[in-house]
Design a binder for this molecule. Structure first.
Ligand SMILES: [Zn+2]
Length: 192
């Protein structure tokens, strides 16, 4: 178990949270992550018969920074890696975290907002620079929290946005990336 203590978050689909399930500013990540029921999850990590991801740890320690692996109450609808569509195989550079209705997304770690705006395909997108070459990207958002703009500083666990389906998304989810030196890595397998 990590030294940080993640709060337990109910993973029930459809029920939209009316209040954030954590205190703003407190490091936060989904405590136990599941594969979404009823869908084929590409690149699915090893899971139990009940879809719980095996050997999941809520935080990745990367270059001494604790980064949330799932910064929204959600289930995995697609994981990191090559993903076949009907026409081609594309590389999926992040983790798709399905939320049903729009939900609060928190900063996976503290840092400075390096990008806030529309990005081709990604829709409304945020990028946070955590220092030491570590960054996180949040895509397909529906809106940003007050005060969230390029150059602003955010604390780990602070609400930064809500999930949506902007860009090329077909369902309300967060496309979440962890980047090291500008390269997206597997959020579930990178770090200690
Ligand atoms: Zn995605």
């Amino acid at each position: 178990m990590p030294r940080l203590r993640p709060l337990l978050v109910a993973l029930s689909l459809g029920a939209c949270a009316t209040a954030p399930p954590y205190a703003p500013g407190e490091p936060w990540s989904v405590a136990a992550l599941e594969l979404c029921p009823g869908v084929h999850v590409s690149n699915a990590p090893a899971a139990t018969d009940y879809r719980g991801v095996i050997a999941y740890a809520p935080f990745a320690a990367i270059r001494g920074i604790s980064v949330a692996r799932a910064p929204v109450a959600s289930c995995i609808s697609s994981a990191y890696g090559p993903r076949a569509t009907s026409r081609r195989v594309a590389f999926h550079s992040g983790l798709d975290l399905y939320t049903g209705a729009p939900r609060d997304v928190v900063a996976g770690a503290g840092g400075k907002i390096a990008f806030a705006g529309d990005q081709r395909g990604y829709g409304l997108t945020l990028m946070i620079d955590h220092g030491r070459g570590v960054a996180t990207r949040y895509a397909h958002l529906s809106d940003l929290a007050p005060g969230v703009r390029k150059g602003a500083t955010v604390a780990a666990g602070a609400v930064i946005a809500r999930t949506g389906r902007s860009g090329n998304a077909t369902a309300v989810h967060l496309h979440y990336e962890i980047l090291i030196d500008g390269r997206a890595v597997d959020p579930l397998k990178t770090g200690d």
